[in-house]
Write a protein that binds this ligand. Structure first.
Ligand code: GDP
Ligand code: MG
Length: 315
């Protein structure tokens, strides 16, 4: 019955083991620091494929390089952000004295808060020119701190990579430092519709909710509260966080049959105990999606004062 699938899984597993073994052999061979290039005139000749590691200062580039190559201190890991302003090259594979199989490139970090404009400009110039002109650069890894997610400087980096037509993959670091689990919010069809309506109005921004003064920044935390104020709700009456509390109470009181623990899980309250965590898993996304849809339909009903025919478009 499950023959073909089992075969595929086994084949995948074998293929993966072979890859892991090849990587182990490769990295137990030559991995040598080549040079540190503070400017483009110092780059090694572009003669073998290169894979670059990029990310904010302190995100864990050097640590990842060390972990992949199995060396403790190949790339210097530092706790002083923004100190390295060089492109560091490492030969991997092959015999010393001959060309390596490929090179790894530890790129200078970005996003350091207190760097002078001149340093940032120099960084931008170096990285952009490197990305544009480096034909042997096959792939770039963009490291993202899992605790903070994608930040504006990371978007800048991805846009530079897009501009240079260099393919990239995101790597999440410091996952061991995350407290709790990521919080997923399924959207009701109405919410998706509204976002689609909004898109033509904000497509010049990279953000779904750009700032009022600058499209280059996300909306401020206070914008929703300011909007409520303009609607004449004083801060004693209502603040944006109150929508959560309102949902919590009204779903329990007015929408019968929705388990309390499911609502708690959807709000990310992550209560401990057998009930609290029962729904806090990916398998319950369908139930959680239904709660959000029922809630949205109920709110529509309050607004129109009558039952609404639910949207049937796929979210
Ligand atoms: N807990 C934890 N610490 C990490 C991880 N990756 C890097 N670090 C630490 O973060 C700091 C900066 O790392 P480093 O590799 O120098 O970052 P770089 O500036 O991007 O090269 C060091 O203290 C590392 O030990 C990780 O996955 N988990
Ligand atoms: Mg480093």
């Amino acid at each position: 019955m499950n023959g073909p699938n089992v075969m595929n899984e086994e084949q995948d597993h074998v293929a993966q083991q072979e890859l892991i073994e090849r990587a182990r052999k490769l990295f137990s061979g030559r991995v040598d620091f080549v040079l540190s290039a503070p400017g483009l005139q110092f780059l090694p000749d572009p003669v073998v494929p290169e894979i670059a590691f990029s990310g904010r200062s302190n995100v864990g580039k050097s640590s990842l390089l060390n972990a992949i190559t199995g060396r403790k201190a190949l790339a210097r890991t530092s706790v002083t952000p923004g100190r390295t302003q060089e492109l560091n090259f490492f030969d991997v594979g092959g015999v010393v004295g001959e060309l390596p199989d490929f090179r790894l490139v530890d790129m200078p970090g970005y996003g350091f808060a207190k760097a002078p404009i001149k340093v940032v400009d120099r960084w931008r110039q170096l990285v952009r020119t490197f990305l544009r002109g480096r034909v042997v650069l096959k792939r770039t890894l963009v490291l993202i701190d899992s605790r903070h997610g994608v930040k504006p400087p990371d978007l800048d980096m991805m846009e530079m990579l897009d501009g240079a037509a260099v393919g990239y993959r995101l790597v999440l670091t410091k996952a061991d430092k995350i407290n709790g689990k990521p919080h997923l919010i399924p959207l009701a069809t109405q919410a998706v519709e509204l976002l689609r309506e909004l898109q033509p109005l904000t497509s010049r921004s990279r953000y779904v909710f750009p700032g009022a003064r600058s499209l280059a920044r996300p909306m401020s935390d206070n914008t929703m509260n300011a909007a409520l104020k303009r609607l004449d709700f004083g801060t004693d009456d209502h603040v944006s966080h109150g929508f959560r509390a309102m949902a919590r109470t009204m779903i329990a009181e007015r929408l019968h049959g929705v388990p309390e623990a499911l609502v708690e899980a959807q709000l990310g309250h992550g209560k401990s105990g057998p009930l609290g965590s029962a729904y806090d898993r990916a398998e319950f996304m369908e139930q959680r999606r239904q709660v959000m849809q029922t809630w949205a339909d109920y709110l529509d009903k309050l607004r129109t004062g009558a039952d609404v025919i639910p949207f049937n478009r796929a979210a």
